[in-house]
Write a protein that binds this ligand. Structure first.
Ligand code: ATP
Ligand code: MG
Length: 431
């Protein structure tokens, strides 16, 4: 089928076989967010290109080379598929004046788009769940974010496989001082810089520290440290965050090279990293960005948050054997014969009226082949209807998971019989 249509490279379909694992993840995450008082935001997937340039920064991987940007031919506007959620969330909070009566805890989830080289754990359409705590100066909020994420790893059964790295980027003044020292340091060693670093030398020298080029590691190791430039307030903030983690018993390491890829961060930055996913090991990243709201035209308000990569967490869930959400029906209705088919439609509706999940066999076929489908559906019961049963207003209820004998009962009694034998559906997977 050489001319068959295919999905865009790096953009994945979610098929029914994988959907229950996503559903499980999503229900755990929703309950977890609610337990911390976070409230949901949904923003458009398309935004004006200027939003991301202004929020994320012109000299970042995302804005320089990863955005899906196009001109709306109807009015000439430049639009971009959102590459991350913070810019949109903050824009919406400003636009709708959400902070008028104080800080807000917000969350969002959904697809993000980045034009990267697709590989395991790195896609062009991928999904994030993110939170933004807007209007809180911290450091208590920084600590809450970290406690919160630590709790999620426990809920997902992956706490032992994820570790925390933190750093501080200080305030604006110490960053400016550090920037001057960095530029001087790298300028004196121009010949050792790669192309990326040369380009960033004057626009965003901090990002050179983020370089993954092995040839530059020694140079980067020896570069002036931001830690040495921190003012007292930044040090106190960082110490408070570390103390909070220690009091909560959450192990961490300080990674002075953790600078994050986006311009808007200050003070605390962090990443949760795993060894289970090869080089795509960061599953959650965030920090504080006190300047962003004002930079985007809002009344100045401190802010912090994080985003996690859903695909990467789901790979871990699958590997660690966390159970998907059960999606088997309670009842599968087998029906053979014309009168049986008509009665079966009605019977299915009345079982649903009784609160059961019902799959009605479609497409005909022999009794035997329908029973195979009933079994494969994972249903706990088959409700079997032939023309005989239809004439009598009855169904034959057959337990499919080895609990008792087949019994023919009035349709009205079938609900009681099925519900009475335990309300649970068959758990799929190993949960
Ligand atoms: P990386 O260094 O892996 O490129 P990043 O710093 O660009 O990550 P963020 O912008 O901080 O990533 O996004 C937060 C999280 O979203 C990442 O930690 C990761 O789990 C996930 N993520 C980012 N880009 C992708 C992608 N292209 N495909 C799948 N997940 C991604
Ligand atoms: Mg990236």
């Amino acid at each position: 089928m050489s001319n068959a249509l295919r999905a865009v490279r790096g953009m994945n379909d979610l098929l029914p076989a994988e959907a229950p694992l996503w559903a499980r993840f999503e229900s755990i995450v929703r309950a977890w967010l609610k337990s911390y008082g976070y409230r949901e935001m949904r923003t458009p997937i398309l935004e004006h290109t200027g939003l991301f340039k202004r929020a994320i920064g012109e000299v970042t991987d995302i804005v320089e080379k990863e955005m899906y940007t196009f001109v709306d031919e109807l009015n000439g506007e430049s639009l971009t598929l959102r590459p991350e959620g913070t810019a949109s969330c903050v824009r919406a909070a400003i636009e709708h004046n959400l902070l008028f009566d104080g800080g807000k805890r917000l969350w969002y989830a959904g697809p993000m788009f980045r034009h990267e080289r697709p590989q395991k754990g790195r896609y062009r359409q991928f999904h994030q769940v993110g939170i933004e705590a807007l209007g809180f100066a911290g450091p208590d909020l920084d600590i809450e974010l970290l406690l919160m994420t630590a709790r999620l790893w426990k809920l997902l059964g992956m706490a032992e496989h994820i570790r925390l790295e933190i750093n501080t980027l200080g305030g604006a003044e110490s960053r400016a001082r550090h920037r001057q020292k960095l530029i001087a340091y790298f300028e004196a060693r121009q010949d050792q810089l790669d192309e990326d670093a040369k380009r960033r030398l004057h626009s965003n020298p901090l990002r050179i520290l983020d370089s993954k080029n092995p040839a530059m590691q020694a140079l980067v190791e020896a570069a002036p440290k931001l830690m040495d430039e921190l003012d007292e307030a930044a040090i106190a903030h960082f110490e408070a965050v570390k103390r909070g983690l220690e009091e909560a018993g959450i192990p961490y390491t300080v990674n002075p090279r953790l600078v994050r890829g986006l311009d808007y961060y200050n003070l605390t930055v962090f990443e949760w990293v795993t060894d289970k996913l090869g080089s795509q090991g960061t599953v959650c990243a965030g920090g504080r960005y006190d300047g962003l709201v004002a930079q985007m035209g809002g009344k100045p308000a401190p802010a912090c948050g994080f985003a996690m990569g859903v695909e990467r967490l789901l790979v871990m869930m699958a590997e660690l054997g966390l159970a998907p959400e059960p999606d088997a029906p309670d009842v599968y209705i087998v029906n053979v014969g014309e009168a049986a088919g008509r009665f079966a439609l009605m019977a299915a509706e009345s079982l649903r009226d009784g609160g059961l999940d019902v799959v009605l066999h479609g497409g005909g076929g022999s009794f035997k082949s329908q029973m195979k489908k009933a079994d494969a559906s994972g249903a706990r019961f088959a409700a079997i209807i032939g023309d005989d049963e239809a004439a009598a207003g009855e169904v034959a209820v057959k337990p499919l998971r080895g609990e008792g004998e087949q019994r023919r009962v009035a349709l009205a009694d079938a609900v009681l019989m099925i519900r009475g034998s335990g309300n649970g559906k068959r758990e799929t997977g190993n949960g």
